[in-house]
Design a protein around this ligand. Structure first.
Ligand SMILES: *Cc1c(COP(=O)(O)O)cnc(C)c1O
Length: 435
């Protein structure tokens, strides 16, 4: 060995030394060892090519780590059910139930007899108990699956009579008419966009009718010269009435007077009600089917039912949500604006104590995610410069707000109260980087 300068390429840290770095070691827990090793190898290669110093390899590898999986975000948008943010957050009870059910579980076994039992009976019993007007209930993967199962089992090769005012797109380009026709049912459209009468339905009903479908327009409103036949009227037609209420409200909520609920819809005479589990019910993604025992039985035993069978984790979360209906979604909807104002003011004052200026402004929150399109909820927000939006969204703890007229508003209605400190820390980090 001579005394000359060491070839920089020989100073590139070894893989095992790099993987022992606490930051990279921690990343293997979420990303998996192979993905971290690939990132490390790339950083070593850059050093060998002379693009970075050998001393910089560690930090370069850490900086190049990909984000792991879906990341938790703080929803300060003021949109209670945001489809892009996973709709309803689960309650602590539902989270605990998911964890408990994640190993082997008695989802389909009666431990007292040792025999097979009805799958998910706890969730199904809880749903039946929550809606005594339903003779029978069934649960599938989501609201769309509930509709597809109903259409396939009750109307394949037959007709579904539906108002032109209710042929809705539910989001991301998916349209209910396309979904229903994919089952082999034919849509018999009646009425017009703004007006459909009972007589329109009556004229279309015949021997080929599978059922009349009533869809709640859950993401838009038609106002002005309008009329529609309600479930109570449709129930006089002498054919099954399937009502897609969308939101999953089980009972009427005075806060949301125009939002249909399963109990009232069944009392009005619907034969079958379909709904989502992760909207106003505040539970996991699921499709709820409630109604006449003979129809629910046909759905349960249809071959397609197996393809939309719901997972054990969903069943566990749904049961816990029904047993503990005070969900985060419910809290977000019903929180008093005065309480929100106090939280925002405290946040502003604490930021002020750190020399950071923010304003408290009134805001309007909405239900979103397919529910109560006309409802505005009075709220309060922290108002920040618009340029905070991107760094807050892309930071270690992503915080999503809403840009209104050149300001970034952070509405605390859907932020858990114990996360105010995390919002403060995230804003401070951005403000510090802004200096
Ligand atoms: C949300 C919604 C659906 C789709 O339910 P998913 O659970 O998202 O599949 C269908 N119909 C109506 C009226 C809805 O609001």
């Amino acid at each position: 060995m001579g005394d000359g300068p060491v070839d920089p390429r020989r100073r590139v840290p070894r893989t095992d030394a790099l993987l022992a770095d606490p930051r990279l070691a921690a990343a293997t827990a979420t990303l998996g060892r192979d993905r971290v090793k690939a990132v490390v190898a790339q950083a070593q290669e850059r050093a060998r090519r002379g693009e970075i110093d050998p001393e910089a390899v560690r930090d370069a590898a850490v900086a190049a780590l990909p984000p792991s999986g879906p990341r938790p975000v703080l929803n300060a948008t003021g949109v209670v059910l945001h489809t892009n943010l996973g709709r309803a957050p689960l309650s602590p009870e539902a989270v605990a139930a998911v964890v408990a059910a994640s190993g082997h579980t008695d989802v389909e076994l009666d431990l007292s007899t040792g025999r097979r039992a009805r799958r998910g009976r706890d969730a199904l019993d809880a749903l039946a108990a929550a809606v005594p007007d339903a003779e029978a209930v069934h649960v599938v993967n989501n609201g769309a699956a509930a509709l597809v199962l109903a259409a396939t089992a009750l109307a394949a090769g037959r007709e579904i009579v539906v108002s032109r005012g209710e042929l809705v797109e539910i989001g991301d380009g998916f349209r209910l008419p396309d979904l229903l026709e994919s089952t082999g049912a034919r849509l018999r459209e009646v009425g017009t966009t703004n007006r459909t009468t009972l007589a329109d339905y009556a004229a279309a009903i015949g021997p080929r009718t599978g059922f009349v479908l009533k869809v709640h327009p859950s993401n838009f409103q038609i106002t002005g010269f309008t009329s529609a036949a309600g479930v109570r009227q449709l129930a006089t037609l002498g054919v099954p009435v399937v009502a897609d209420i969308g939101s999953g409200l089980l009972r009427a909520d005075p806060l949301l007077p125009d939002e249909p609920d399963a109990t009232t819809t069944l009392r009005d005479g619907a034969t079958l009600v379909t709904a989502s589990g992760d909207k106003l019910l505040g539970g996991p993604q699921a499709g709820l089917l409630l109604g006449a025992a003979d129809l629910v039985d046909r759905l349960r035993h249809h071959p397609l039912a197996r393809a939309v069978r719901v997972d054990k984790l969903t069943l566990a979360a749904l049961a816990a949500t029904l047993h503990h209906p005070d969900t985060p979604t419910r809290a977000a909807l019903h929180t008093d604006p005065g309480v929100l104002r106090q939280r925002v003011e405290r946040l502003r004052d604490r930021l002020g104590a750190d020399g950071r200026k923010a304003e408290v402004v009134p805001a309007v929150a909405v239900v979103g995610g397919g529910g109560a399109p006309g409802v505005e909820l009075d709220s309060w927000a922290l108002s920040l410069p618009e340029r905070y939006a991107t760094p807050l969204r892309t930071g270690d703890q992503p915080v999503l707000g809403r840009v209104v007229r050149g300001r970034l508003l952070l509405d605390l209605r859907c932020v858990p109260a114990d996360a105010d400190e995390a919002v403060r820390a995230a804003v401070l980090r951005v403000a510090d980087g802004d200096d």
